[in-house]
Design a binder for this molecule. Sequence first.
Ligand SMILES: Nc1nc2c(ncn2[C@@H]2O[C@H](COP(=O)(O)OP(=O)(O)OP(=O)(O)O)[C@@H](O)[C@H]2O)c(=O)[nH]1
Ligand SMILES: [Mg+2]
Length: 367
Amino acid sequence: MDKKEAISQRLEELTEELAKTKDNKATNKALAKLRSKVAQAKKDLIEAGKRQHGKGFFIKKTGDSTISLLGFPSAGKSSLLNVLTNSKSKTAAYAFTTTTIIPGTMIYNGAHIQVLDMPGIIEDAHLGKGGGKGVIAQMRVSDLVVFVIDSTSAWQLDSLMDELKGLNIHINKARPNIQITQKNDANGIMLDVNKSGLDADSIKEILNAFGIFKAVVKIWDNVNEDDFIAIISKKAYYMRGIIALNKIDISNPSSDMISELSKRYNMEVFPISATTGQGIASLRKGIFDNLDIMRIFLKPKVGGNAEPIIIRKNATVGELASKLHTSILDELKCAYVVGPSVKFKNQRVGIKHKLKDEDTVTFIKER
Ligand SMILES: Nc1nc2c(ncn2[C@@H]2O[C@H](COP(=O)(O)OP(=O)(O)OP(=O)(O)O)[C@@H](O)[C@H]2O)c(=O)[nH]1
Ligand SMILES: [Mg+2]
């Protein structure tokens, strides 16, 4: 039995004991002790998992954004990489054709989007089956997950989503708002705001189990014990996702089924065929729209080039200037903007003005 299995077993025993103790109407003190032991075991489990990462087929992030193609074997991930990018990844009618992560680049709206073709995920990927751990680790650092699903067996997505939930990866969910400010002069744990489903004692025990004894705590959202532990152990991931419903050339899914899928998983669904090319143009647009990037054009054009600058959505004029060159920011007086972020053409704006996709900016230097 390896370390992780041993901790899992201990966690199971503790959880059982906790359930029994609750039935016994035991003292609060005994319950508190048990709860903090459970919290500690959960933390150990997360730590043990951390050390097992890094088998080393990590691909370095390049370009403006990175997306990963995730799905079961033979769903069509490699076929999709081949139509979206300039790369060639081997495709075949049998499962586990792709055994390492294959990168490609998709250029859309002037943005260079790195696309990662992943080996097919199978159940219990988190236990290391089918190289699942490396795939998950790489996926977590990408900016968007495209779930590639075979439309003839779309509901398989259930087990993939369960797998991710078990790994504390949440798709299209806002990160719960929890503030923990450690203060040496605080009088223990001061619970200023508590909108969670947890009572003050449980919160204290969990924080203590993580070595936090003096802090001001504000919990603005309704979280349960598991969410709370995941967040304070910094092991919860919140990611964006969309669904590429593939092979529609052989299944022809109904619009009811598509909207049902979208509702169930809270993701936009793009019906496509990687072999006939149906729906691929909409998927490209969907990928760009779901990334946190926008296009800004410069006037005068840099080197006669009409290529946009790709920058984080809602970036300011100042952030744009420093992305280009720090010296531009130093000399910047104001800017003139044409486009969606201003009320009229060539509106004069300051450094803190927030830009929008497809704005055109003229920098004015200080004399
Ligand atoms: N009819 C049809 N077949 C497709 C489509 N996309 C992929 N296929 C076929 O499905 C099979 C699997 O495709 P791959 O692209 O290798 O699938 P994968 O998801 O990369 O599979 P692994 O690498 O094994 O995980 C191949 O025979 C493809 O030709 C599609 O849109 N329509
Ligand atoms: Mg493949």
